[in-house]
Design a protein around this ligand. Structure first.
Ligand code: NAP
Length: 246
């Protein structure tokens, strides 16, 4: 019998998983997007857009749509939807696992300043710093409030309000090549990189560029998420799926 799978998405991994399941299995795949991005990348299978209204309505969605498996493939910093997913799957008695890339780790020579919030990250920048800030549009406010530093904020979605000089916004969508990251950091005379630890098998070019230029990285550490079974890559996800749907 065809199994119905709900993927909570918004990440490259969620897109890749939907494509793989669509091509390689006879599962019916629905990907759920929050609707933050005005032009989301193309996606295999069915797509639904917008919040559910909390954990209880998500539980209702799982029941009403007879979902057989829930996969939380949201970004590691999307803590609310992950908490809702864990609660809703338990409530609806639908198996659930997370697909999450392993975090990047600093090498000995790296200078990473670990922080927990965007506020702490902004406070960690010294007066006069020229920071490349790559934490998404939502986390920019504490950086843009600092008028004693110079922020270049790279975002996918332009914020509603333009920032006050000397700050500037760069709208760009990954992936970025190492040479381009090096060029950007050199031409903007970047002294600090601010990043989330999005993770992945390969270190992101921005982190590699900061390493090459000996630029300190203010790293927002990952929030704590519910303890559920976690796949580290697509093959691992397929193996877990096979077991949960058997
Ligand atoms: P969040 O704080 O965990 O979620 C806030 C609310 O947004 C959730 O309670 C839920 O609303 C809705 N939501 C989030 N993801 C959803 C999904 N896939 N489908 C339906 N509703 C969703 O999440 P966030 O940090 O704002 O991130 C929003 C989306 O952007 C996520 O899907 C995530 O994968 C993606 N993303 C986030 C980041 C990041 O750094 N946070 C980076 C890249 C991509 P209801 O409670 O109403 O259901």
């Amino acid at each position: 019998m065809t199994k119905r799978i709900l993927i909570l998405g918004g990440t490259e991994d969620a897109r890749a998983l939907a494509e793989l399941l669509n091509e390689e299995t006879n599962c019916e795949v629905i990907t759920s997007l929050a609707g933050r991005t005005s032009q989301p990348a193309e996606q295999a299978g069915t797509v639904r857009v917008g919040g559910f209204g909390g954990a209880d309505p998500l539980e209702g969605y799982l029941r009403e749509n007879e979902v057989d498996l829930l996969i939380d493939a949201t970004h590691p910093y999307a803590a609310q939807i992950s908490a809702n997913a864990a609660r809703a799957s338990a409530g609806a008695d639908v198996p659930c696992f997370r697909l999450e890339r392993p975090a990047w780790a600093a090498l000995d020579a790296d200078n990473w300043i670990h922080v927990k919030t965007a506020e702490e990250a902004a406070a960690a920048l010294p007066t006069g710093a020229r920071a490349l800030v790559t934490v998404g549009t939502g986390g920019l406010a504490p950086f843009l409030e600092r008028l004693d530093i110079h922020v270049t904020a790279r975002v996918i979605e332009r914020p509603a309000e333009p920032p006050m000089p000397p700050h500037k916004i760069m709208v760009a969508r990954p992936p970025f090549a190492l040479e381009d990251e090096l060029l950007l950091m050199r031409t903007e005379h970047i002294t600090h990189l601010v990043s989330k630890n999005s993770g992945g098998k390969k270190m992101a070019p921005k982190i590699a560029a900061a390493r090459e230029l000996a630029i300190p990285v203010v790293m927002l550490d990952r929030p704590k998420l519910p303890e559920i079974e976690t796949a580290r890559n697509l093959n691992h996800a397929l193996a877990i799926m096979g077991r949960l749907l058997a």
